[in-house]
Design a protein around this ligand. Structure first.
Ligand SMILES: Nc1ncnc2c1ncn2[C@@H]1O[C@H](COP(=O)(O)OP(=O)(O)OP(=O)(O)O)[C@@H](O)[C@H]1O
Length: 277
């Protein structure tokens, strides 16, 4: 292999390693510089490694959802560049799945039809749809409820339907915006286990937005702490957990140190938000 070819291989693997890259990303709503404009986010520099689990915590209104929207291709950066797999994000990129906080299941469709929805729209053939739906419904523990309607399910189960709907599309990047925010503490921890299982199974890169520091500390390889609006990263905490982990990690002797460090950074920023409104 020539030196030039070797350099090219090295370059490709560097891009591969940087599964997601944000460089100098800002988002201003309204015309920048005008009195009504809102500087919501940034500048943000962030590289996500392929297959890592990254969570974002930050005070209310600091721009977390705006960050996720930029990655999902739902909002364009005002400045800077956002890339997924080495290409600029322009519109919703193929290979990216999003799970929102609110229950986004379709009440008029059964669980199986909810899960099949995106595949049908994408024109995937019927046998493949049946195979993937069967797998995703089974993986999320919903087999017995495949023919049920969302109204017949608990909040946690409905959120599992939404996750199964994302899983079935085989995403390489999964974005979750407060997916368990409406659930009680025990259900949240158990859903965290489900999410870890899904992450291991798919090898996808995950970006999770959460208000819950324990959730961020338990699930993530790294946790980014954002400042009050306009949100920038003021700390990135490496948890150092093994890939094989679950919610029992909350009793690990280092767990308190991690949540303590997150809270120390976040406390000052949250106070700013409280004072400034
Ligand atoms: N379309 C919009 N037009 C104007 N301002 C907006 C728009 N969307 C968001 N904002 C403002 O941008 C800021 C960041 O909003 P964003 O929803 O990203 O914050 P967040 O950190 O996700 O909030 P929370 O934690 O409360 O969910 C807020 O001040 C919000 O009011």
């Amino acid at each position: 292999m020539t030196v030039a070819a070797l350099a090219e291989v090295a370059d490709v693997s560097a891009v591969e390693d940087r599964h997601v890259r944000l460089a100098g990303v800002t988002r201003v709503f309204g015309r920048p510089g005008t009195p009504k404009s809102v500087h919501a986010l940034g500048p943000i520099d962030l590289d996500l490694r392929r297959g890592e689990f990254f969570s974002v915590v930050g005070p209310s209104g600091c721009g977390k959802s705006t960050l996720l929207d930029v990655l999902a291709g739902l909002s364009k950066p005002t400045e800077g560049t956002a890339e997924f797999e080495g290409r600029p994000i322009d519109g919703v990129p193929a290979g990216v799945g999003v799970v929102f906080q609110e229950d986004a299941s379709f009440p008029w469709l059964t669980v199986a039809d909810n899960v099949a929805f995106g595949l049908r729209r994408a024109g995937v053939d019927a046998a493949e749809i049946a195979r993937r739906v069967d797998y995703a419904v089974g993986f999320m523990g919903l087999k017995a409820f495949a023919g049920a309607y969302p109204a017949q399910l608990s909040g946690g189960m409905r959120q599992r339907v939404c996750i199964a709907r994302t899983l079935v599309m085989q995403p390489r990047l999964i974005l979750l915006d407060e997916p368990f925010g409406a659930l009680d503490q025990q259900t949240r921890l158990l859903m965290g286990d489900e999410l870890l299982r899904l992450w291991r199974e798919t090898s996808a890169t995950v970006l999770l937005i959460t208000h819950a520091l324990d959730e961020a500390a338990m699930l993530s390889d790294r946790v980014g702490v954002m400042s009050a609006r306009p949100g920038v990263f003021i700390d990135v905490v490496e948890t150092g957990w093994e890939v094989e982990r679950d919610s029992r990690i909350v009793s690990h002797h280092r767990f308190g140190d991690i949540t303590g460090r997150l809270w120390e950074k976040l406390r000052t920023e949250s106070l700013k938000h409280l004072r400034d409104g």
